[in-house]
Design a protein around this ligand. Structure first.
Ligand code: SAM
Length: 320
């Protein structure tokens, strides 16, 4: 097999993110620092730093390989950006550790990057054979092959149904459990072929798409990570600070919607996107993955409880 494809990642809904976090509304602040909790290759952060000269960014990601790309891509911004490796679920800890003034913005563009999905060596791809891995953070102990080779048939079927919306979850789980008795699954190609042989193709999606999505979500504990990131944002953001979340999965979008609407009823947020922002035709043509992206944003309300965020003063605090 040849080398992995060259790294390319186009930030989704870039202008919309800048407009929301940059504060078109006069009450929103445009100086201070922003947390980008899913830095990826740094696409959104670069747009924010270009558009908002008074802003600095604390950028984190759990994937060390991607952080190397971000470091190169963002070098020109010097000390306006600080990059650290972190999971979303560790950001609350970082906020206490840094003891900075509260952030004015918080971005999460959750899910996987095309830099991960398109590299067979990372094991996310059903189209190009690679190790059955799918860990965004290589220090996680459980990979996709561990799940496929050790979970019970019932647990696999439930996973494929709940996390992948896969309605043929039972025959797929049964076929996996029968096949793994002969040879354990180690490669994405073998799993994708088995799924295709079991259920066949029924439309424009590859028959393995939903099972691979479910496995990726389980390996990276994406549901729990998103919840932790939302809570950390609520506790850390400055009053008038803006939270923006891009999700690619309908279940995730519902989690964000519910979190913000419940928070709005409790007086914690003003929702800025009554309907989620979605990519226009021109963006989808350039970047087909933008098709399923949904962006929701909300402003942290003045008078909301401070939570367990960072120090609220600026004196003596380290700046981003
Ligand atoms: C869609 S990409 C982000 C792309 C980025 N906004 C850009 O413009 O380049 C998602 C990134 O989030 C990271 N990620 C996903 N879940 C995470 C989590 N729970 N903690 C930290 N990083 C996470 C992935 O490693 C990936 O690099």
């Amino acid at each position: 097999m040849g080398p992995d494809p060259a790294p390319v990642h186009i930030p989704v809904l870039g202008q919309e993110v800048v407009a929301l976090l940059g504060g078109r509304a006069p009450s929103l602040r445009t100086s201070g620092w922003i947390v980008d909790g899913t830095l990826g290759a740094g696409g959104h952060t670069a747009l924010l730093l270009q558009a908002l000269p008074e802003v600095r960014v604390f950028g984190t990601d759990q994937d060390p390989e991607i952080l190397e790309i971000a470091r190169k891509n963002l070098q020109a911004f010097g000390d306006r950006v600080r990059i650290e490796r972190s999971r979303l679920s560790q950001l609350a800890h970082w906020m206490r550790e840094l003891r900075r003034e509260r952030p004015i913005g918080w971005l999460m563009d959750v899910g996987a990057s095309s830099l991960q999905l398109d590299r067979p060596s990372r094991g996310f791809s059903f189209q190009n054979d690679g190790p059955l891995d799918m860990r965004m953070d290589p220090s996680r102990e459980v990979s996709a092959s561990d799940i496929v080779n050790t979970w019970s048939e019932q647990d696999l079927a439930d996973l494929f149904f709940t996390e992948g919306d896969e309605h043929r979850s039972r025959p797929i789980a049964a076929a996996i459990c029968a096949a793994r008795q002969r040879v354990p699954f180690k490669r994405t190609g073998a799993l994708a072929s088995l799924i295709a042989d079991t259920v066949g193709g029924t439309g424009r999606l590859h028959p393995a798409t939903k099972v691979f999505q479910a496995l990726r979500r389980a390996v990276n504990q994406e549901g729990a990570e998103l919840e932790a990131g939302l809570t950390a944002a609520r506790d850390a953001l400055a009053h008038d600070g803006v939270l923006a979340v891009i999700s690619f999965h309908s279940g995730e979008d519902q989690v964000v919607k519910r979190f913000l609407s419940e928070g709005a009823r409790a007086g914690e947020w003003e929702v800025l996107t009554k309907k989620p922002a979605q990519a226009q035709y021109a963006e989808v043509r350039q970047n087909p993955r933008a098709r399923s992206a949904k962006l929701r944003a909300a402003r942290r309300l003045r008078g909301a409880s401070a939570g367990s965020g960072p120090a609220s003063g600026t004196e003596g605090g380290e700046r981003a």
